[in-house]
Design a protein around this ligand. Structure first.
Ligand code: 5GP
Ligand code: ZN
Length: 131
């Protein structure tokens, strides 16, 4: 994708603080971190949303998430963290190339979550999804 900022990071047209890479995924520091160590894990190939990714890409993403989480825990002493991935603008996706955030959480920094849970009929949803 010509105008995709993360494709340009993959091709090294735009520099990044690379933390880890494997065949299909790479991990680099977020340029505007919510906390120290805030890392983005992306597929090297351009996919807009996570359900578009093939299983091999998912495996490389999983490996990268595993390695980077352990680096943050082992080398930075991170104890609490969130893994977040947004699909679509209404869900908060600003860069339209799949990316997973790994965001260390401290008392003062990190992801703030507002969880607006509702009472819903889950049985009919389960029926819809499984029949
Ligand atoms: P989203 O809101 O799409 O889930 O997150 C996009 C993230 O990409 C943001 O946290 C933003 O700071 C980060 N980002 C945007 N442009 C760049 C860039 O050029 N380099 C890096 N390292 N991060 C970027
Ligand atoms: Zn892209």
């Amino acid at each position: 994708m010509d105008d995709c900022i993360f494709c340009k990071i993959v091709s090294k047209e735009i520099p990044s603080d690379l933390i880890y890479e494997n065949k299909g995924a790479m991990a680099f520091l977020d340029v505007s971190p919510l906390s120290e160590g805030h890392t983005l894990v992306i597929p090297k190939k351009h996919f807009e949303r996570s359900h578009e990714m093939d299983i091999e890409t998912w495996k490389d993403i999983s490996d990268a998430l595993d390695v980077v989480s352990k680096l943050l825990v082992g080398k930075m002493g991170v104890r609490n963290y969130n893994i977040l991935q947004n699909n679509g603008r209404d869900a908060g996706q600003e860069v339209m190339h799949v990316h997973f955030h790994i965001i260390p959480k401290t008392k003062t920094e990190g992801l703030e979550i507002k969880w607006n849970s509702k009472k819903k009929d889950t049985k009919s949803t389960a029926k819809l999804l499984t029949e």
